[in-house]
Write a protein that binds this ligand. Sequence first.
Ligand SMILES: Nc1nc2c(ncn2[C@@H]2O[C@H](COP(=O)(O)OP(=O)(O)OP(=O)(O)O)[C@@H](O)[C@H]2O)c(=O)[nH]1
Ligand SMILES: [Mg+2]
Length: 391
Amino acid sequence: MKRQGDIPWFSMVTPPGPAGVAVWMIGGAGACDLIRDIFVPHGSSRPALPSNQFLGVLDVGGSVSDEVLLVRPAGVKETPWIEIHAHGGAQLEAMHRSLFAKAGFEEKSPETPEVFPCQTRLQSHLQQLAIRATTSFACKGFLHQAQVLPEALGQLIQSCKNGEGAKAIASLTELESGWNLARRWLVPFRVSIMGAPNVGKSSLLNFLAGKKRAVVSPIPGTTVDLVRVSVALDGWPIELFDTAGVRETADDLEQKGIDLALHSAGMSDLVLWLRDGTDTNQKPEEPIGIGLENVLEVWTKSDLVAAPKGHDYWNGKLAVSTLTGAGCQELQTAILKRLVGKDPMSPIAPAICSEPLAITAAEVRGLLSVGDYAGAMNRLNWWMETELESN
Ligand SMILES: Nc1nc2c(ncn2[C@@H]2O[C@H](COP(=O)(O)OP(=O)(O)OP(=O)(O)O)[C@@H](O)[C@H]2O)c(=O)[nH]1
Ligand SMILES: [Mg+2]
């Protein structure tokens, strides 16, 4: 009988989806040799990549894959697997799956122990989160943390053991600083598109979503309900809401829509407050009932404005046209800057990245603050126990 891991296997660990990146893990006996046979790296004229990453194609007996990125995870002494990052999408997924099978790999479900040979509760926890993540961006984040977080927690435990309170608290603070963003791997940012009727809110939602989700019409007051669409900007999951135009109205139904819009604004991490760029009166509605620090002002329909050449007509304002796409990239950059900040979490820094870990961190902080190093170590060691010990 074959022992587990005696055969080369492959497993798709990112969630199946319409697009994005698919991460395949390759492991088992002889997997490296098999990959070496079928992976054809691109020539050196390509831009330099980190030393553990290689761009190329898979060539299995003349059947050639789409471009893939081969990653040998860094930071692990004995790499238990190789990752192949490929474009997602059902057709490409099927193609890569058949190539792996043709090359002699056997498919494993990501839930099987060979795919994630869990040693500690921490690794098992992070790997389970990776499997359940809804975007490949989040999945990769958790997989990466499974590699770097154990060492960081190990160092923290060592500081506790040595009674180095200040050092331990500093390390903990550093680990906790990533939580604000890492929690967004699972909980999307919420962004509402608001403004007066007819300024182009629904058009902007459709543009950012890349598909027609909301009804667009020249008649002011078209949108009465909230329209929600999930998008990813640079991999960050975002829920966008199109809302009813805000104005004074005697119409009951319209007022209900406006109330919904204001409620949505209150629940949002960011409100895009749209102003019609063609509105020459320059007396646009003010954002109503929402904190100003949450508002990003956007001027719409810039294609209809005959701005004099060589003159900075918009004077640093964010101006977009959903007809030509002008300014839309700048808008996406500005949205991310407001949500994620100037200095997005370094992808390689170890971070507290789940609710249970955040609870432990808070407990450990409390114990350290009263000098209970043994208690802090106990809490941290629980994560470092092997699955076997925990049973
Ligand atoms: N030329 C041009 N027209 C635009 C642009 N954006 C929106 N429009 C037009 O402006 C009108 C209103 O657009 P909508 O997206 O429906 O506006 P809205 O803010 O959702 O309107 P309400 O739902 O009624 O509040 C439509 O006729 C759009 O085609 C743009 O960037 N350029
Ligand atoms: Mg609308």
